[in-house]
Design a protein around this ligand. Structure first.
Ligand SMILES: Nc1ncnc2c1ncn2[C@@H]1O[C@H](COP(=O)(O)OP(=O)(O)OP(=O)(O)O)[C@@H](O)[C@H]1O
Length: 359
């Protein structure tokens, strides 16, 4: 049966004349009942939903859906992101793909009328701090979908049967409650054997994940992120409609990130070449953190001007904190140096650490 919250939401949206919300809730209830085998009730709900609604209208102002409760609340966190895709600094190709995912969702009925489906399973891979999680927030924000973050550390237990059961609950929610579902650091599933589980059992959990992914044909977007695409099985990669590779920022992206974060400060005299050269090899998250560091220092020193020296100092501090110090000759490690337009990056610290656990 529908939860009390869902029924209240349905009645309230009807009483308030909020047709979009009524449509969304009725369709969710229909999907839930269909899944339980109550096909006539599901069909009736769908007809009611459609009778009072468009179906050709694009999705807009989606219903805030109640936070997960019961067991699900331990490993599924709901939020309603305000971020947009324009908040993420990305190469044009990735930006275009993400923007197209939004269009496909909004015009899904148009696609379906020609037997096509919008892409819904997306894998974002790349070094830490390059905007994968922010992109998931941006997608949810654009679509006005709730974001459900799957907390894998809460989901993976040493009892694999339990883990598979929890995964099943998550996928039931994916079917019945439309949203963006974010499986952050999906490699944790593949790497569960590092926690003392035997390989065969870890394999079974991964297989359950893949099977649930295959069976899912609901309306939600499933976004997985990983720092370690190379350790993910081909079978996993194949399950996704779209795999996007994120990279450390290039000079232009570094400058963009710094300028955005330093709005309100004077940066006219900055030597951007020196600054961006110094930041190559850092993630966008590090670059943003260095900008914030420089900004804090300027404010505390009653200064509105950010100088090249200020920024170089903050970037170097960030680099030291990340353990990415310069070599004895004053240069950065070879693996982090820029090679023309082609950037060569070492395995990020976080990934290196995790790989050690896995191997
Ligand atoms: N491409 C980007 N554009 C704008 N800001 C970014 C970008 N990448 C990182 N940031 C900044 O760094 C923060 C952390 O980034 P985010 O969590 O999205 O990285 P991630 O790739 O998901 O990292 P991890 O793999 O460690 O989870 C963001 O909230 C944002 O402030």
């Amino acid at each position: 049966m529908a939860s009390a919250q869902q029924l209240i939401g349905l009645i309230k949206s009807h009483a308030e004349g909020d047709a979009d919300r009524f449509f969304d809730l009725a369709m969710q209830l229909s999907a839930a009942e269909d899944q339980k085998g109550h096909t006539r009730l599901a069909e009736q709900l769908r007809l009611w939903a459609e009778a009072g609604q468009r179906p050709t209208k694009p999705l807009s102002n989606l219903t805030p859906i109640s936070a997960p409760r019961g067991d699900l609340a331990q490993f599924l966190a709901a939020s309603y992101p305000s971020e947009r895709l324009k908040d993420v600094i990305l190469p044009e190709l990735i930006e275009d793909e993400l923007a197209h995912i939004v269009v496909e969702q909004k015009l899904r009925e148009k696609l379906e009328s020609k037997g096509l489906r919008p892409r819904r399973r997306i894998l974002l891979s790349g070094p830490p701090g390059t905007g994968k999680t922010l992109s998931a927030h941006g997608l949810a924000g654009e679509l006005k979908f709730p974001l459900f973050t799957v907390m894998l550390h809460g989901l993976i237990t040493k009892f694999m049967g339990e883990t598979a059961q929890k995964l099943k609950l998550v996928f039931e929610s994916i079917k019945t409650t439309r949203g963006v579902y974010l499986f952050d650091e999906i490699d944790a599933l593949a790497a569960a054997r590092g926690d003392g589980n035997d390989v065969g059992e870890a394999r079974r959990v991964l297989n359950s994940f893949l099977q649930f992914l295959d069976e899912d044909s609901g309306p939600s977007l499933v976004i997985a992120t990983t720092n370690l695409a190379e350790i993910l099985d081909r079978a996993v990669l194949r399950r996704f409609d779209l795999v996007l590779s994120y990279e450390l920022p290039d000079e232009a992206s570094i400058r963009q990130a710094l300028e955005r974060r330093l709005i309100g400060f004077q940066t006219t005299n900055l030597s951007w070449k020196k600054v961006t050269d110094c930041a190559i090899g850092l993630s966008t998250a590090d670059v943003v953190a260095a900008a914030e560091d420089a900004a804090r220092r300027a404010v505390l020193g009653d200064c509105e001007q950010i100088t090249t020296t200020d920024l170089l100092g903050s970037l170097e501090r960030r680099r030291s904190l990340q353990g990415l110090g310069r070599g004895v000759d004053g240069t950065r490690p070879t693996s982090l140096r820029s090679a023309g337009n082609r950037r060569v990056s070492s395995i990020p610290v976080k990934s290196r650490r995790r790989r050690e656990v896995i191997e």
